[in-house]
Design a protein around this ligand. Structure first.
Ligand code: CO
Length: 208
């Protein structure tokens, strides 16, 4: 994609938006009230807003390699804090995707330099669920399941934060784990049983 093309596309986008609603940009300036925080992978094929059919102002977005929610990632922690405590989002979604290069890399024995500590967290997910994963003999199926379990563990990491625990207690927030299947475009809700998971972990992670 040529850089010049991007600016031409931008002008075309402005025309389209103003055609639909002449006050479109005036409304954007007035502020945002998104109800969803979307945490997804940086992968260029997984276009957060486009695959959800969301318009500007509807979704607060945070993306990184393999949709990770790391305790020491100041950016992720700030995004969650701002979304929950200030924007008062009603939903936090962690959305993984099949064919994720980050998860694939974490399944292989390779020194990837600065990526090692980032991907190490995915290896930790593998270790946590080794019993289940080792029973899957088909490598592609195992890869898919690790992607799903990584989404589940990142949802758990979301719930480990104080802001989220407070909002859940007030019944104002729900956490969801999704996977995007790029082979057919489908967004799948993993229907993670958070009640069961929370029962198991809250004894250790409860902050409030
Ligand atoms: Co990915």
């Amino acid at each position: 994609m040529k850089i010049e093309q991007i600016f031409a596309n931008n002008q075309e986008w402005i025309r389209t938006k103003l055609n639909d609603d002449k006050d479109f940009f005036r409304k954007l300036v007035m502020g945002q009230t998104p109800e969803v925080l979307y945490i997804g992978c940086s992968d260029s094929r997984v276009t957060a807003e486009e695959l959800m059919g969301a318009r500007p102002g509807e979704v607060f977005v945070y993306r990184n390699i393999a949709n990770m929610v790391n305790n020491t990632d100041l950016s992720a922690m700030s995004v969650i804090n701002y979304a929950v405590s200030h924007l008062k989002v009603k939903h936090i979604v962690v959305c993984g995707h099949y064919h994720c290069g980050g998860v694939r890399a974490a399944m292989q024995a390779a020194d990837l330099g600065i990526l090692n500590p980032w991907l190490r967290s995915i290896r930790d997910v593998y270790r946590l669920h080794k019993h289940e994963l080792d029973k899957i003999s088909d490598e592609e199926e195992k890869y898919k399941r690790l992607i799903e379990l990584n989404v589940q563990e990142q949802c758990v990491n979301v719930i480990k934060t104080a802001d989220v625990q407070k909002a859940i207690k007030q019944n104002s927030l729900a956490v969801h784990g999704w996977v995007f299947d790029m082979s057919n475009g489908t967004l799948k809700d993993l229907k993670i049983d958070f009640d069961r998971i929370l029962e198991e972990i809250m004894e250790i992670y409860r902050l409030i």
